[in-house]
Design a protein around this ligand. Structure first.
Ligand code: ASP
Length: 338
């Protein structure tokens, strides 16, 4: 099987080297990979072409413009390769994975995003395994989704979140089962994988220029604070609420401010601070009060998917009403319909 894989190195720990200030991304990853793969095994490595972004970044510095840059590389090379691997820093990897899933809708080939907790340049690392396994997956399993591979887990990109700062098993998808499990054997969970879209590719890569702001509610949040936040320039607000989507309703001014923001066109999505479970605004009076202000329930989406989706819809949809509708609708596997 002569399937060709395109690898894009964007930066991140996987290709970093030590410097006086700590790890920094370094060009020349292809040579390092060749050095690390023992000669007698190199013939078994799936064939690939590796490209590096002109400016390699620590993914902490990634912006929505970087998401687009990465998607554009996939689109530019789409016809010439059978699978794509994006090497990315782990800190904001789940945001980029989510954004790619919205830009690359109708994808017919695997796009696997991965990285590592320890650079390939170190003796002991998780980089080589994540890279080689991602290559094997991209070559042998035509999953037509943006996936995230890390430490034995193949996850849907827009369901994944970074849960551990230092563990090798850093990523999981709390509200969606794994797409595959890699141990001695590779076990794909076909029932969890989206079938390839019959409509074909519908790629859309907007030049993101909207502002989406997450606001975490805390015990005692007051109307004055919210008023100040809402005066900031923003097009979308993610309200990180309690439990199943509850926000304090004792101060009517808080709710009035949200209602007012909604009337002037701000799209506000209510997401739970809990990682597991879903927002249900009808369970408690405190949730219903929020729903009446026009806040949209984000169901069981991750913060990363909600953030990227809101950015994407604010660019691609013509009205706030449409954005609100679609925020509560499953577009590419990021949300479980009620
Ligand atoms: N700060 C690094 C990054 O996100 C961390 C990593 O790659 O693991 O680029």
């Amino acid at each position: 099987m002569n399937r060709r894989i395109y690898i894009l190195y964007t930066g991140g720990t996987i290709g970093m080297q030590r410097s006086a200030d700590g790890y920094v991304p370094m060009a020349g990853l292809a040579d390092l990979i060749n050095e690390k793969i023992p000669l007698h095994l190199s013939a078994s490595v799936p064939e690939y072409h590796l490209e590096e972004l002109d400016t390699l970044i620590d993914s902490t510095n990634a912006t929505p413009a970087d998401w687009r840059r990465i998607a554009a590389k996939v689109v530019d090379n789409y016809a010439n390769y059978d699978g794509f691997i994006i090497l990315h820093g782990t800190d904001t990897l789940a945001y980029t994975a989510s954004a790619l899933s919205f830009m690359l809708q109708g994808l017919q080939k695997p796009v696997i995003i991965t990285g590592s907790q320890i650079p390939l340049s170190e003796l002991r690392n998780d980089a080589l395994d994540n890279l080689i396994t991602a290559l094997v997956l991209a070559r042998n399993y035509p999953v037509a989704e943006v996936c995230l591979y890390f430490s034995g887990r193949l996850l849907r990109g827009n369901r994944a979140t970074k849960l551990k700062a230092t563990g090798f098993d850093a990523f999981d998808s709390p509200n969606y089962p794994w797409l595959g499990k890699v141990g001695i054997n590779i076990e794909m969970e076909q029932a969890n994988i989206r079938p390839p879209s019959t409509a074909g590719e519908q790629f859309e890569l907007p030049h993101y220029d909207k502002r989406v702001v997450p606001l975490r509610l805390y015990p005692g949040i007051d109307a004055d604070y919210l008023r100040h936040v809402l005066q900031l320039p923003m097009d979308g607000l993610i309200l990180e609420s309690f439990g199943v989507g509850n926000a304090p309703d004792r101060d009517p001014e808080l709710l009035r401010l949200l209602d007012q923001a909604n009337s002037r066109g701000l799209v506000t999505v209510n997401l739970s601070q809990c990682l597991y479970g879903r927002v249900d605004l009808s369970s408690y009076a405190t949730g219903s009060a929020l729903a009446r202000t026009g806040v949209i329930g984000g169901a069981d989406m991750t913060m990363e998917a909600t953030f990227a989706k809101l950015h994407h819809l604010l660019m691609t949809e013509s009205s706030a009403a449409r954005v609100r509708d679609l925020m509560a609708t499953d577009i590419c596997g990021e949300l479980t319909p009620a």
